[in-house]
Ligand binder design. Structure first.
Ligand SMILES: Cc1ncc(COP(=O)(O)O)c(C=O)c1O
Length: 564
């Protein structure tokens, strides 16, 4: 006989505590809860149910409640032993918070198979304590679309972070955005701090961008021939970032950095490049590289498909660690073409440059006849109108831009000193081209964005809103006694779930990603759309109001309290 026993108060404990108690009891030959025959866990955001007998992790068995509302055993024996994937799932589901309807559906389904496997088993359902009251976000249409997308698109997404793998659960499918807000296909509304990962500094569907794109589209979407707008956008960029004496437009940040490295190599006649662990510059082969063992070794591919020979041309230094750069220049004297850096690291979460770090890079590169490349794909027109180079007063040889300069359309650009840029075809021998480069829609949107950013008070407003959010988050964490460190530069910020300071890649790795996962889901349930990974920036836009920040902080206080 199937007994569906709702979590009794006495068993309302968190899964980890239970499993530890269970293991301890088993080791002593006892049972922690004598009445308990079997415990089923439910990890709703993953559509996952797990079952355990009363003996803890080792005998963890799983069945999966999939998005088609079917239950299957996923090929795992329901009495199977410990496997890596079991443990991984344990890890995941500890992070997750259920939504009530899904919980109900999944639990009844799992109870049915439980009964077929073990007729008569008495079943207790455990829920993490802070999951109550169960959140109510309805993502049913998103789930359906995600399941369909997964059949045709790897992971259902066109850029991996969108899949929510780092935080578990399933992504809402977005229908529209306006100002600081997003709406998903199930009608849920969110205050958005992703901002399409940085471009939307004016907010969603900013009227000036929409009008510019509409006007441009009416005249034709692409010509593969020069247009007036390209010159105007280049002029606006040069005026804001004078070190970009000449500019070449491309279609993405990846293209910009890839081209900049080729240019540095062409200009210097050297092949090695230095990047920093934790900095991301797009997915070009030579940049998908991680540190090898020992600080002086060549880089190793961080992605399958990157030839080791390419990766060996990339040397990896430590961000905010000048000696790590000096050592590479000593070891590879005369071989290094350039150093590429995010002047404010954004892709390991926000880590500002330490005092003097950027200036030291300038000194080292120019002292070694190498070039300094600032990847300002995130920071350009974001941390100030002139980017990080204006903010910190350090001038690179080459700058890469993207994101903001396209107003939300696909774009990238690289530029630098005239004598360097004259190496680019057709003036020089370095080849680089693009069918849609300088596309009239992206250029029109970019011009509109930069003109809007020229309005007085723009960056003061971004600073004020960013500061309000950062201070409020730090305060909420303090109140909830959750260790957290908020790093911020202007409208870019990250709340790391660890004690500070967070000033290096090693520091970043101390962050509690599981705590972030719980916080992320608790915020999403409360209508706050954060980056689905601890190691990303939150982007505040000009469309975010003080009321938005107040709502966000109320949600954060609740979310963090649940996690204390
Ligand atoms: C600093 C930096 N550089 C380069 C890139 C790559 O840009 P894209 O995604 O447009 O190729 C990114 C993307 O997030 C970035 O953050």
């Amino acid at each position: 006989m199937l007994a569906f026993v709702k979590t009794p108060e006495s068993l309302k404990l968190n899964v980890k505590k239970y499993a530890n108690a269970a293991r301890l009891a088993r080791n002593k030959g006892g049972q922690p809860y004598p009445n308990l025959v079997r415990v089923w866990y439910y990890a709703p955001s993953l559509d996952m149910v797990g079952a355990s007998r009363f003996i803890g992790y080792e005998d963890m068995t799983f069945a999966r409640y999939n998005t088609n509302n079917e239950v299957d055993s996923q090929g795992h024996s329901l009495h199977g032993g410990r496997t890596e994937s079991h443990l991984k799932r344990m890890d995941w589901f500890r992070q997750l918070a259920p939504s009530e309807p899904e919980y109900q559906k999944a639990t009844s389904a799992i109870l049915r198979i439980a009964d077929s496997i073990r007729p008569g088993a008495k079943i207790y359902l455990l829920r993490r304590e802070h999951d109550s009251p169960a959140p109510t976000l309805n993502l049913s249409r998103s789930r359906k679309l995600f399941s369909q997308a997964q059949a045709l698109i790897p992971g259902g997404v066109n850029s991996p972070v969108r899949s929510f793998r780092a935080v578990g659960g399933q992504p809402p499918f977005i229908q529209k955005g306006k100002g600081s807000r997003l709406w998903d296909v199930d009608g849920n509304q969110y205050i958005d701090y992703v901002g399409s990962w940085g471009p939307l500094i004016l907010g969603h569907a900013a009227p000036e961008i929409v009008a510019a794109v509409q006007q441009a589209a009416a005249l034709g979407t692409s010509f593969g021939a020069p247009t007036e707008g390209e010159g105007e956008l280049a002029r606006l960029i040069h005026e804001a970032v004078p070190s970009m004496e000449m500019v070449r437009f491309v279609n993405s940040g990846t293209e910009a950095t890839m081209s900049a490295l080729r240019l540095a190599r062409a200009y210097t006649g050297r092949s090695k490049v230095v990047k920093f662990a934790g900095c991301y510059h797009g997915h070009a082969d030579g940049l998908l590289v991680q540190a090898g063992s020992g600080s002086l070794t060549h880089g190793m591919p961080s992605s399958a498909g990157v030839p080791a020979a390419y990766a060996q041309e990339t040397l990896v230094a430590q961000y905010n660690d000048v000696p790590s750069v000096e050592r590479l220049f000593d070891e590879y004297a005369g071989q290094i073409a350039c150093v590429i850096v995010e002047p404010v690291a954004g892709n390991m979460g926000v880590v500002p440059p330490a005092q003097g770090f950027l200036a030291a890079l300038k000194r080292i590169t120019s002292g070694n006849n190498a070039l300094l490349i600032f990847d300002e794909v995130i920071t350009g027109f974001r941390v100030s109108y002139g980017g990080a180079q204006a903010l910190y007063g350090v001038t690179p040889d080459i700058t890469c831009l993207g994101k903001v300069i396209g107003g939300g359309l696909p774009v990238g650009a690289y530029g630098g000193r005239r004598e360097i840029m004259e190496v680019v075809a057709p003036l020089g021998p370095m080849y680089q081209a693009g069918t849609l480069s300088g596309n009239p829609l992206a250029v029109a949107a970019g011009i509109a964005a930069l003109k809007a950013l020229q309005q007085p008070g723009t960056y003061q407003r971004l600073e004020r809103t960013g500061a309000l959010l950062a201070a409020g988050l730090a305060e909420a964490a303090r109140e909830a006694k959750v260790p957290a460190t908020v790093n911020r530069v202007g409208s870019l910020l990250t709340a790391f779930f660890c004690a500070g300071p967070v000033a290096s890649y090693a520091d970043v790795q101390r962050a509690d990603t599981r705590a972030y996962g719980r916080y992320f889901h608790a915020m999403l349930e409360r209508g706050i759309y954060l980056a689905p990974s601890q190691f990303e920036a939150a982007f505040v836009s000009l469309a975010h109001t003080e009321e938005d920040i107040r709502q966000t902080l109320t949600a954060a206080r609740e979310a963090l309290k649940g996690d204390a």
